[in-house]
Design a protein around this ligand. Structure first.
Ligand SMILES: O=C(O)C(=O)C[C@]1(C(=O)O)C=C[C@@H](O)C=C1
Length: 403
């Protein structure tokens, strides 16, 4: 029996199913196990595998089920491809009730209903457009804050969350980097959206009449030059569509909003100027988050996102990054964020007194899949050579290309 972990069993059996669905109970025979030693342990640690194991594991048997026989436990590989290929011997119930194994593309909910996707903002926000681009025909669920979207996934209120992480003009959305670490969701995909901002106002208003404009801070930053030229005061709002809604409700003719053409339609505003962003190529990259990771493949370009902290010493960041360069792996993004729980590090400079440094978390995206041995070795090296004090793989997922 493969992958019978002599070491610890560290992943539960409840993947891809709702807590109240019949398949969500831990079943004897099907459990996700991961080993914590061996050459590709990091990969296994992150990726987790399905294996069939006999009932005398720590899983509580469901009353009316027979324990799985060793014969039925044989086709370990079959569980990766789907429950239908599992030999049915030993089970009382329809095998379709079993939890689904992880899959590369996971775009339907377990019971065949529409995927529910959380986003921050209200209808007409760019994040809603990104959610629909990622999951056409899905049911989009507005959330008033980024953190609410994270919680909605964790609490099974939705299946996925689509959240902005960086913009080609405004840069990183730091709040979401921080939340990625604070919550235990997995990045299962990304989506890039061309953002074309419009200046919206009450019907009949000309853009010269506007004294004030409301929008999301990122959107205002993306239109910095245009708004300065028009000499308009900028006011922050929770999201672009929310700004449009406020303008529509306020009835103030001197107040406009920077938002999408769809927001103008929804909230009954006029578009007084189109494409008001400073850069014609204004692209926002969104992450797709889920409760379970996907199994990374290598049939298309993949990106992997990790976060780590470093040990002290000269050139440690250089050495950490070298583990990728030495294996020909390109880094596509590096972001550092202060460590909230340990913001300062005191380094004893002996005769010269001690110095205080800010302590950082490093978020790195690299262009390789965790299915590739070179990526597994790079991370193994990062951890084994002890450059990294803490390391977490946030996800390994197919890269999006502009469509
Ligand atoms: O306010 C919205 O419409 C959003 O979806 C948020 C957001 C962001 O947070 O960056 C998304 C895309 C644009 O870059 C501007 C704003």
């Amino acid at each position: 029996m493969a992958l019978r972990a002599a070491e610890s069993i560290w992943v539960g059996a409840q993947f891809n199913s709702r807590p109240d669905s019949p398949g969500s109970h831990a079943r004897p025979g099907l459990i996700a196990v991961g080993r914590d030693s061996g050459p590709d342990r990091l990969f296994r640690k992150w990726q987790c595998r399905w294996a069939l194991v006999p009932a005398q594991t720590s899983v509580t048997p469901v009353d009316d089920e027979k324990p799985l026989t060793p014969e039925a436990a044989k086709p370990v590989g079959a569980t990766i491809h789907g429950p239908k290929e599992i030999v049915s011997k030993g089970f009382h119930r329809d095998l379709n009730f079993l939890p689904r194994p992880l899959s590369v593309t996971d775009d339907s909910s377990d019971d065949g209903t529409k995927v529910r996707v959380a986003y921050q903002g209200i209808p007409g926000a760019y994040s809603e457009a990104a959610a629909l681009k990622a999951y056409p025909g899905s049911e989009t669920v507005p959330c008033d804050q980024f953190e609410v979207a994270f919680k909605a996934v964790e609490l099974w209120l939705v299946d996925k969350a689509v959240l902005p992480i960086e913009n080609s003009v405004g840069g990183s959305i730091h709040r979401n980097y921080d939340l990625l670490l604070r919550h235990r969701l997995h990045i299962v995909g990304e989506i890039q959206l061309e953002v074309n901002h419009c200046l919206l106002a009450l019907p009949g208003v000309r853009k010269e009449e506007l004294k004030r404009v409301l929008s999301h801070p990122q959107a205002l930053a993306q239109c910095e030059m245009t708004l300065s030229n028009l000499n308009i005061t900028r006011v922050n709002a929770d999201d672009t569509a929310g700004a449009a809604q406020i303008v529509a409700a306020s009835g103030q003719r001197d107040t406009g909003a920077v938002a999408s053409a769809r927001a103008a339609e929804i909230y009954g505003l006029d578009i007084v100027a189109k494409n008001v962003q400073d850069d014609a190529n204004n692209i926002t990259r969104f992450l797709i988050l889920a409760r379970e990771p996907i199994i990374a493949g290598n049939n298309k370009p993949y990106r992997t996102s990790i976060v780590f902290t470093l040990e002290e010493g000269p050139g440690v960041l250089f050495k950490a990054l070298a583990v990728f360069a030495m294996r020909g792996i390109s880094l596509t993004k590096i972001e550092s964020r202060p460590q909230r729980k340990r913001p300062m590090r005191v380094v004893d400079g002996s005769n010269n007194g001690s110095a205080k440094y800010f302590d950082y978390l490093f978020y790195i995206d690299f262009a390789a899949s965790m299915a590739e041995p070179r990526a597994q070795r790079a991370l193994g090296n990062l951890e084994a050579r002890e450059f990294a004090r803490f390391l977490r793989v946030l996800g390994s997922y197919p890269m999006d290309t502009i469509r």
